[in-house]
Design a protein around this ligand. Structure first.
Ligand SMILES: [Zn+2]
Length: 199
């Protein structure tokens, strides 16, 4: 997608999603941020990854944004809305977006391991076809990738420091988010994330 395809609204919404991801990183969470924009162009939900803080597997940025929007709208139906998210959604979030009738998902960078839209799966290309959101990707790809790379690099440095100080692998595993290092290893230094694999 060429750069001029993005509107001002697109850019503003993704900038806010990146800011949410930055807050997640500052809190020691994997940096993922999301913003939901209504059909009328208003921001109706924001979210960031808080899985560790809440010890809640559903505390993904996308679901937090959907939850806030549904609370303010008084409805689980969010017809015509657009979700801006810094990382390709997982199956859970992709399914929730479809059920909430989100019209379009715009994501910044791919998640090669758990991305359910174009990477690990193409969920919306399989039945049941039920309010399948449209997809666009690549807006602020570099910034979102850098956030993730920087986060995991800092995590690796911290774990090496702890290892030098004599902490065992078991202790490292217990450290709040050390397990994410393995799961997101190829998001961390993803060499394929250059936009060549456009859907
Ligand atoms: Zn998710």
């Amino acid at each position: 997608m060429s750069a001029e395809a993005w509107t001002e609204t697109d850019r503003e919404a993704m900038a806010l999603a990146l800011a949410e991801a930055g807050k997640a990183a500052a809190a020691g969470e994997v940096p993922v941020g999301a913003v939901l924009v209504s059909a009328a162009g208003e921001i109706i939900g924001r979210g960031r990854n808080r899985r560790e803080a809440r010890q809640d597997v559903t505390a993904h940025a996308e679901l937090e944004a959907l939850r806030e929007a549904s609370e303010s709208a008084g409805s689980w139906r969010l017809d015509g809305s657009r979700l801006y998210v810094t990382l390709e959604p997982c199956h859970m979030c992709a399914a929730a977006c479809r059920q909430a009738r989100v019209a379009e998902i715009i994501f910044a960078t791919r998640d090669p391991k758990t991305g359910a839209l174009v990477s690990a799966d193409r969920l919306y290309e399989r039945p049941p076809h039920f309010h399948d959101p449209l997809l666009r990707e690549g807006l602020e790809r570099e910034a979102a990738s850098r956030q993730l790379r920087d986060f995991f690099a800092a995590l690796r440095r911290r774990n090496r420091r702890l290892a030098r100080q004599g902490f065992s692998r078991g202790v490292l595993r217990d450290a709040r988010i050390s397990g994410e290092l393995d799961r997101h290893a190829d998001v961390d230094d993803d060499k394929d994330n250059d936009g060549s694999g456009r859907h």
